[in-house]
Design a protein around this ligand. Structure first.
Ligand code: GTP
Ligand code: IMP
Ligand code: MG
Length: 333
């Protein structure tokens, strides 16, 4: 802080939602702002016995004082947004940039079948076709949609005003580094650059406006949809290890592989990461479940963490030890 950008280091679903909701509650940002592609993203957040699924609003909404913003680089599906605003009761503090693109029925129809669905394994959310229309300069903007009027704002201006006043801003990326349109496993990628630079461009922060870049890795790698996954394990082995996961948006079974140090090193490079957050350590090392201090981790878990630090040259600062927002080890000063 004051400005921290959080991005996914693998193929999305690293558990960014939980990390961001922890940071939003702990670091008191005045604004939590989302960049990234669109409602193809899905974050799951567990708070006590409540479970929230978020696709459009920033997952920092649990901090009731923070203003929640969506940057102009993100395409918005108004129905998905209205539903979340209602569900989370955030109407007074949710904002959409005037220039966010709008997903319409033509986009969801085009995404729901055919090549994108079958070859790329798209989420069917209309995000890709909407971004294609944005490139063609035919996409509608948020400022043209009456139902979004109460939420319209100039996101870049709000962010810079907050930073000038030395307030904390938390920037939320979606998807993951290797789903980036430029740096991912093309063509099996999403329709935007989702590395830290792309996320900053989505919201109007320049390269010098960022203090920290936190890249989130899960303790193993998962991928939904098609495209290569180095070291992919057979599904029965994934189940045996307790790594089975179901996609938040699509309900699809996620494919899985062991932690990939080479991929992690490349993600650190592409994002200019200054910090690492590691999630689901307890899934790999059940004896570490719900721990809140590094000293209480097992020797094997500690070695796994120091291996990551040695191979990437970046410190692991947050460690997820369970599904709840408080199941975390925070090693920042
Ligand atoms: P992003 O798209 O990166 O936000 O992740 P996601 O929300 O799609 O990931 P996923 O659905 O796999 O992760 C969310 C689930 O995992 C939620 O139920 C979280 O509470 C849980 N989770 C997050 N971090 C941890 C962790 O460190 N340990 C365990 N056991 N569960 C976690
Ligand atoms: P699209 O972004 O819906 O076009 O999907 C393109 C590819 O990116 C597919 O393989 C999707 O499964 C994947 N993808 C898109 N968004 C996410 C995400 O938030 N998490 C994981 N995979 C995603
Ligand atoms: Mg997800």
């Amino acid at each position: 802080m004051p400005s921290t950008v959080v991005v996914g280091g693998f193929f999305g679903d690293e558990g960014k939602g939980k990390i961001i909701s922890y940071l939003a509650q702990n670091d008191n940002p005045s604004i939590v702002v989302r960049g990234g592609a669109g409602p193809n993203a899905g974050h799951t957040i567990e708070d006590g016995n409540k479970k929230y699924k978020v696709r459009m609003l920033p997952s920092g909404f649990l901090n009731k004082k923070a203003r929640l913003m969506i940057g102009p680089g993100v395409v918005v599906h108004p129905d998905v947004l209205h539903k979340e605003i209602e569900e989370f009761g955030t109407a007074q503090r949710s904002f959409v940039d005037n220039n966010c693109g709008i997903i319409e029925k033509t986009h969801t129809d085009a995404d729901g079948g055919g090549r994108l669905k079958e070859k790329i394994g798209s989420t069917g959310s209309g995000t890709g076709p909407a971004n294609a229309d944005r490139a063609m300069r035919t996409l509608k903007m948020a400022k043209e949609i009456p139902s979004l009027k109460p939420y319209l704002i100039d996101v870049a201006q709000e962010l810079h005003t907050a930073l000038d006043a030395e307030e904390n801003v938390l920037v939320e990326g979606t998807q993951g580094t290797f789903l980036s349109l430029w740096h991912g496993t093309y063509p099996f990628v999403t329709s935007k650059d989702v590395t830290a630079s792309g996320i900053c461009a989505d919201i109007g922060l320049g390269p010098k406006n960022v203090d920290d870049v936190m890249v989130v890795f899960k303790s193993y790698v998962t991928r939904v949809g098609t495209g290569t996954l180095q070291g992919e394990l057979p599904m029965d082995e994934v189940a045996k290890r307790g790594w089975s996961e179901i996609g938040t948006v699509t309900g699809r079974q996620r494919r899985a592989a062991e932690f990939d140090f080479a991929l992690a090193k490349r993600a650190v490079m592409l994002n200019s990461a200054t910090q690492i957050a590691l999630t689901k350590l307890d899934v790999l090392f059940p004896e570490c479940a719900h721990k809140n201090s590094f000293e209480d981790l097992s020797a094997a878990a500690k070695k796994f963490i120091t291996d990551i630090e040695d191979k990437t040259d970046v410190a692991v600062m947050l460690i997820g030890t369970g599904p709840g927002v408080t199941d975390i080890i925070d090693l920042r000063e």
